[in-house]
Design a protein around this ligand. Structure first.
Ligand code: NAD
Length: 407
């Protein structure tokens, strides 16, 4: 499998070939400040003990406390977490929020655990990492397969150990446990705001067709938001496969279908297709919202979308980036397109520290203002530097990080 951290460093190399940065800064920004690995023993329901491997990578905190989600996945390893932590440092700089970059994970297939086992594992991660966490040190959040409920368990465990009562160490909590209005939908909503800011620059018409890989938290909300705004979502997928309906899917009905049947397959009026086929469908807007490395050197020549909005982290390899750029297909990079999630997480942290509760309107208005401003700044950088949006976003982020690090 492609090493995501090597891909991230390759992206860094491509961007800094367009605009150079001081050598000492480059050395520092290319490695994480700290990598922590822990063993988490869990007594399973049958009385046996399983030991899981957990990670936290703290990439850079020059602009604020480390910030980034925790992923539970059977393929998660230290290289994936390192890449995600690096992208978080860049993403927080792109959104210009006062946070650094970190990421966490556990190598586990959470679908194979009972709820009790999952709670023990989640509490075990928070316990094992408690020394390095804290509202002013390192603030985790949800990612793939981690939910608001998991954040509540972790936050509770952390508060018991540390005595901290702000509740600001974990974000993405449920509303009744100190969460923020708008956090659940924030990544999808942020993607919509970024798309709106850039749409006309790339000649994408209102009401265009949309294909979304992944129908989880991010992809599900994106499907709802694009559909509610008059776009035609023609295909989506989950880990088991996808469905397509050329005259548009009814997203609310599809959500109910998936809840009831546990699969997208068989949704009335649609036909099944594989995730590989889904990515190559003719459409206007392709929104990868699942995992990394899905658009590669192999399938990039066959992508038929006119515009790609990366809501997943790292879905396009650097080789594929090159191919899409040569083919004139604009890609809005993850570190801009999905930065709505960490931005509203930062609002949640801010509200917890100030003991405030903001309305959903206020949260979305602040999010819109930030993403509109930063999307335009990155677009303008891409025009001035005659490069793509990813390299432009890297350059903007690196300029902000370099300044914070005294270069
Ligand atoms: P999730 O667990 O809620 O959903 C993931 C979705 O991807 C599910 O529908 C799952 O079935 C599907 N999936 C898994 N493997 C797949 C495969 N091989 N092919 C197709 N689909 C597959 O996770 P999420 O929070 O929605 O995160 C999705 C992506 O968005 C990740 O890359 C994550 O890092 C990124 N992201 C999430 C947030 C957030 O706020 N949750 C913020 C920024 C970025």
């Amino acid at each position: 499998m492609t090493n995501p951290f090597e891909n991230a460093l390759m992206q860094l190399k491509r961007a800094t070939a367009v605009q150079a940065f001081p050598e000492a800064f480059m050395k520092q920004i290319s490695v994480p400040n700290r990598e922590v690995r822990i063993s988490i023993p869990v007594v399973m329901d049958d009385g046996s003990t399983q030991v899981y491997e957990g990670y936290r990578v703290e990439h850079n905190n020059a602009r604020g406390p480390y910030k980034g989600g925790i992923r539970f996945h059977h393929d998660t390893d230290i290289n994936e977490v390192k890449a995600l932590a690096f992208w978080m440092a860049l993403k927080c700089a792109v959104a210009n929020i006062p946070m650094g970059g970190g990421k966490g994970g556990i190598t586990v297939d959470p679908k194979k655990l009972s709820k009790t086992e999952l709670e023990k594992l989640s509490r075990g991660w928070a316990r094992g990492m408690s020394d390095i966490l804290g509202p002013k040190k390192d603030v985790p959040a949800p990612d793939v397969n981690t939910t608001p409920e998991i954040m509540t368990w972790m936050n509770d465990e952390y508060m018991k150990i540390s005595g901290d009562t702000t509740g600001a160490t974990f974000t993405g909590k449920p509303l009744n446990a100190g969460g923020s209005e708008g956090r659940g939908a924030a990544t999808g909503m942020g993607g919509w705001y970024v798309f709106q800011a850039l749409r006309e620059k790339y000649n994408i018409q209102p009401g265009s067709t949309v294909v979304i890989q992944g129908f989880g938290n991010v992809g599900g909300h994106a499907a709802n938001i694009f559909s509610a705004n008059g776009y035609k979502v023609i295909a989506t997928s989950d880990s088991k496969g996808g469905i397509v309906k050329e005259d548009g899917l009814d997203i609310a009905a599809l959500e109910n279908w998936k809840k009831e049947k546990g699969t997208l397959s068989g949704f009335p009026g649609s036909r099944d297709l594989t995730n590989a086929e889904l990515l190559e469908l003719p459409c206007d807007i392709l929104i990868p919202s699942a995992l990394e490395n899905v658009i590669t050197f192999d399938n990039a020549p066959r992508i038929k979308a006119k515009f790609v909005l990366e809501l997943a982290n790292g879905p396009i390899t650097p080789e594929a980036d090159e191919i899409l750029y040569d083919r004139g297909i604009p890609v809005v990079p993850d570190i801009l397109a999905n930065s709505g999630g960490v931005t509203v997480s930062t609002f949640e942290w801010d509200q917890n520290l100030k003991n405030e509760h903001w309305s959903e309107e206020m949260v979305n208005a602040k999010l819109l203002e930030i993403l509109n401003r930063e999307s335009i700044a990155i677009y303008e950088k891409s025009v001035a530097a005659k490069t793509d949006l990813r390299r432009a976003a890297f350059i903007v982020a690196l300029e902000r990080l370099a300044k914070a690090m005294g270069y």
